[in-house]
Design a protein around this ligand. Structure first.
Ligand SMILES: NC(=O)C[C@H](N)C(=O)O
Length: 312
């Protein structure tokens, strides 16, 4: 069953004209991550590579393409976790960086801390030689249009949040049985300056433990934090539930208890995997045994050989 990688491109509602781009984005990321695993690479390198690809893809709400805060600026959150040691690294409210997931990994590898935020994170990035990029290079026309639309008096903030949630994440198990996860986001549209969501919070935005499995989450961050969704799902797995049942139990609890919608990708140490969501859609892809799996709507599950070019 090993190795395996599972990717999401955010829970929410993907407008029809953007759905092909979302599917091809998650499939490319899954293919790249699986290439690393198939070549004997480790799960941490695989999930970070997958997330970098999606941060660089303007289709997703992470890196370039991030949604804008109320001031029209980009502030991003990211987290990585290593299931072997339970080491983790996160950054929150970072600006002017193309790949927050790389900075999160540097926090894990090069500091004794678990999370750096805002200006302190920028200073650390400079010290590590991570190049600064202009704010404008992270802002797409689409993100600006949605920001402006949402400032209008008659805007429906709930509806537009669900319009594009687009956070990205990946979980993987490598040949050695080591498990890792990575999640990255621009957060919620028109959020307050300084708002930190679930993504950089261990146990909410993701969690990985070689003994249990890993989960990367997406959806309404405040709801995800209330139920610590990633760890909740792993708790159900510890109690003997399958990856699929545990994911559904966690998402159902979040819906019934705090009225929150979202989605997850989940793996266990044997390589069983699931991509589940309570939102209308979630672009997802998985790669295992040289087969690419992907879907967007509830119940959708397409497969093809990993060596055949992207479906869209
Ligand atoms: N798109 C998302 O998944 C949003 C993210 N969970 C946040 O609230 O920051």
């Amino acid at each position: 069953m090993l190795p395996v990688v599972v990717i999401h491109g955010g829970a929410g509602h993907v407008p029809r004209d953007r759905s092909d781009m979302s599917i091809s984005g998650v499939c490319s990321a899954a293919r790249a991550a699986y290439g690393i695993l198939r070549g004997g690479g480790n799960s941490m390198d695989a999930v970070v590579e997958a997330v970098i690809q999606m941060e660089n893809n303007p289709t997703f709400n992470a890196g370039c393409g991030s949604v804008l805060n109320v001031k029209g600026e980009v502030e991003m959150d990211a987290l990585v976790m290593d299931g072997k040691t339970l080491a983790s690294g996160a950054v929150s409210a970072v600006r002017n960086i193309a790949n927050p997931i790389q900075l999160a990994r540097l926090v894990m590898d090069k500091t004794t801390h678990a999370c750096l935020t805002a200006e302190g994170a920028s200073q650390f990035a400079r010290a590590m030689g991570v190049p600064e990029v202009p704010l404008q290079s992270l802002i797409t026309e689409y993100a600006r249009m949605r920001w402006q639309k949402n400032l209008a008096h008659d805007a429906n903030p709930v509806e537009s949040q669900m319009g594009k949630m687009g956070t990205v994440g990946a979980v993987a198990v490598d040949r050695e049985g080591n498990i890792a996860c990575a999640t990255s986001t621009g957060g919620l549209l028109n959020k307050m300056e300084g708002r930190v969501g679930d993504t950089p919070c261990i146990g909410s935005g993701s969690y990985a433990d070689n003994n249990i499995g890993a989960v990367s989450t997406t959806g309404h961050g405040e709801a995800i934090m209330k139920v610590t969704l990633a760890r909740l799902i792993l708790f159900h797995m510890e109690q003997g539930q399958s990856v699929e049942a545990a994911s559904d139990l966690g998402l159902a609890f979040m819906k019934s208890r705090v009225n929150g919608l979202g989605g997850v990708v989940t793996v266990d140490p044997q390589g069983h995997w699931a991509a589940r969501f309570s939102s209308l859609q979630m672009a997802w892809a998985a790669a295992q045994k040289d087969t690419l799996h992907y879907g967007l709507y509830t119940g959708e599950h397409f497969t093809q050989s990993i060596d055949v070019p992207n479906p869209h």
